[in-house]
Design a protein around this ligand. Structure first.
Ligand SMILES: *[C@@H]1O[C@H](CO)[C@@H](O)[C@H](O)[C@H]1NC(C)=O
Ligand SMILES: *[C@@H]1O[C@H](CO)[C@@H](O)[C@H](O)[C@H]1NC(C)=O
Ligand SMILES: *[C@@H]1O[C@H](CO)[C@@H](O)[C@H](O)[C@H]1NC(C)=O
Ligand SMILES: *[C@@H]1O[C@H](CO)[C@@H](O)[C@H](O)[C@H]1NC(C)=O
Length: 354
């Protein structure tokens, strides 16, 4: 920065020889210093305070190290970012007075728990991002005043369970991300009242099974991420009431069994990822509902990385594969694992020569 250099050079010893010159230098320096501070305020944070941007919509406050969390925010704060501060706790009254708050970004701290009163002062909150913290649970009632919350991100925390009571009050929730936690099971009724959900991400957990009623509350899902778990079976009813589902990620699980009617209710599917599972075969009829003209799987499908046994049990899949080959991802990694004579053969080749 030019101005800063000017201040520095005016302090150099050879310029400060006579007293008279020193004092005129000093006033010049002071002027430059003040100018520099004024300029710096516009573009860079003061050392330990948060940045505040004001607009006609309200203030946006951004606290990054080395700033400290202030005790009060401007009353018109609509957007608050408090990240990378390694906070382990937030005072229950942290948001006191910030009644217009719409977005709260708390990612990359070390929050271990939250007060049930934290969100009470902010009933207009639409986005809460808690990515990369150390949460093992949420307090029941946290969202009792959060009827406007649209997006909740709990990605990369340490949650081993989720309780229906934690989610009570989330009437408008459309986007829920609980990926990268340590979930092993989910309780029945978890999303029974979360009926506005359109995006659900449960990927990269340790789920072995899913409760059959998981998706009976939210009936308008568009995107479902279940990849990176330990699922073994996809049952008939799980996805049945999801006519709007467009993206379905089931890859990197241990799926060996998919029920014949598992995809039957899906009328809009644009993408299906079943790669890297333990599928050797699929039942007759599984594919008939997919890839039809009205549900044309336009963004593709992936069934690579499975130990397909290329015998007559795959007849149904073969026919479908040939008809939809232009939408297939990773054909070169989609190979037969058996029987012995077909081992290593491309599944697509097996389908064509069938
Ligand atoms: C204020 O909000 C309106 C409506 O949400 C938005 O279109 C506009 O870009 C916002 N203005 C500023 C300065 O953020
Ligand atoms: C937060 O913790 C990390 C890892 O221990 C450390 O590198 C970083 O300097 C800490 N940040 C603050 C603001 O204390
Ligand atoms: C769902 O909402 C109903 C009606 O408001 C309520 O009685 C029930 O306790 C709620 N269940 C859960 C799990 O939040
Ligand atoms: C297909 O895969 C084989 C081994 O899995 C590899 O050697 C070959 O280069 C791949 N071909 C293409 C076109 O990617």
């Amino acid at each position: 920065m030019e101005k800063r250099e000017a201040v520095m050079s005016s302090w150099s010893p050879e310029r400060n020889q006579s007293r008279g010159r020193l004092s005129s230098h000093l006033s010049g320096t002071l002027f430059l210093l003040l100018l520099c501070v004024a300029l710096a305020q516009d573009v860079t944070p003061k050392r330990d305070t948060c940045l505040v941007f004001e607009s006609s919509n309200g203030s946006s406050v951004s606290c990054h190290p080395p700033a400290k969390l202030p005790h009060r925010f401007p009353a018109d704060t609509v957007f608050l970012v408090v990240e990378f501060l390694n906070l382990t706790q937030l005072r229950p009254d942290t948001l006191q007075g910030a009644s217009r708050l719409q977005e709260l970004h708390l990612s990359t701290n070390q929050l271990q728990s939250l007060s049930p009163k934290l969100l009470l002062p902010a009933p207009l909150l639409r986005v809460l991002d808690l990515t990369r913290n150390a949460l093992t649970r949420l307090p029941p009632g946290l969202f009792q005043a959060s009827a406007a919350l649209h997006t909740l991100v709990l990605k990369e925390n340490r949650l081993e369970i989720l309780e229906p009571s934690w989610l009570q009050g989330l009437e408008a929730l459309a986007h829920l991300d609980v990926s990268g936690n340590r979930l092993q099971t989910l309780p029945p009724g978890l999303l029974a009242n979360v009926t506005s959900l359109r995006f659900l991400d449960l990927s990269d957990n340790q789920l072995k099974t899913l409760p059959p009623d998981l998706l009976r509350g939210p009936l308008q899902l568009e995107r479902l991420h279940l990849e990176g778990n330990r699922l073994q079976v996809l049952r008939e009813g799980l996805l049945a009431p999801q006519p709007d589902l467009r993206y379905l990620f089931l890859n990197d699980n241990r799926l060996a069994t998919v029920a014949a009617g598992a995809f039957r209710g899906l009328q809009q599917l644009d993408m299906l990822d079943l790669s890297n599972n333990l599928l050797t075969s699929v039942p007759q009829g599984l594919w008939t509902s997919l890839g039809q003209p009205t549900r044309d799987m336009k963004d593709g499908f992936d069934i690579s990385g499975n130990p397909w046994i290329c015998d007559r049990n795959l007849d149904d899949l073969y026919g479908w594969l040939v008809a939809n080959r232009d939408k297939m991802f990773s054909p070169n990694a989609t190979r037969c694992a058996g029987p012995e004579a077909s081992k290593g053969q491309l599944l697509l080749e097996a389908a064509e020569s069938h």
